[in-house]
Write a protein that binds this ligand. Structure first.
Ligand code: ZN
Length: 136
C-alpha cells in the first residue's frame, strides 16, 4: 500500500469521503497516481490538489464521487486515477511542456495522460498508449 509522503489524505478526496471512509479512502486512490504526485512535488515544489481542509474551495481535484460537481461516470477522477494540480512556482503549461518533452523520465513514467489547454495540470494514470493528450 502506498501513502503519499507529501500529501495528506484530505488533499486527495472530498470531505464527504474523508469523513465517511477515513484512512480506508487511500484504497480508492491508484498507487501510480499517488507516486506521481509525490514525484511531481519533489521536482516542482509546493503544489495544491484539494484545500477544503484548510477552508479552501477545492475538494474535487482528486477523487470524485456521484454528486460531486462535474462528476462523470467514466472520468479518471472517478476511479482515483487523476489529479488536478496547481503549482506555486510554475504554470500548468510549463509543467505540461516539461512532462511532454521527457515523458520517459523516471519522475513522469507512470503518467499516461494529460489534459491540454487548462489552467491546472490534470494528469492521470489510465491504461493507454502514453502520453495521451486531449482537450477539455
Ligand atoms: Zn482533472
Amino acid at each position: 500500500m502506498y501513502k503519499c509522503t507529501y500529501f495528506a489524505l484530505h488533499e486527495l478526496v472530498p470531505e464527504e469521503v474523508y469523513l465517511e471512509r477515513g484512512e480506508s479512502a487511500w484504497e480508492s486512490l491508484d498507487e501510480s497516481m499517488l507516486m506521481s504526485l509525490d514525484r511531481l512535488r519533489e521536482h516542482y515544489g509546493l503544489m495544491t490538489v484539494n484545500n477544503w481542509y484548510w477552508g479552501g474551495s477545492r475538494q474535487w481535484s482528486g477523487l470524485r464521487i456521484p454528486g460531486s460537481p462535474n462528476y462523470k461516470p467514466y472520468s479518471q477522477h472517478t476511479f482515483g486515477r487523476a489529479a488536478d494540480c496547481l503549482f506555486e512556482k510554475y504554470s500548468a503549461e510549463e509543467v505540461r511542456k516539461d512532462i511532454l518533452s521527457t515523458p520517459n523520465d523516471s519522475k513522469f513514467e507512470l503518467i499516461s495522460s494529460i489534459e491540454l489547454d487548462v489552467s491546472w495540470l490534470h494528469f492521470d494514470v489510465r491504461n493507454c498508449e502514453r502520453i495521451k493528450t486531449y482537450y477539455p
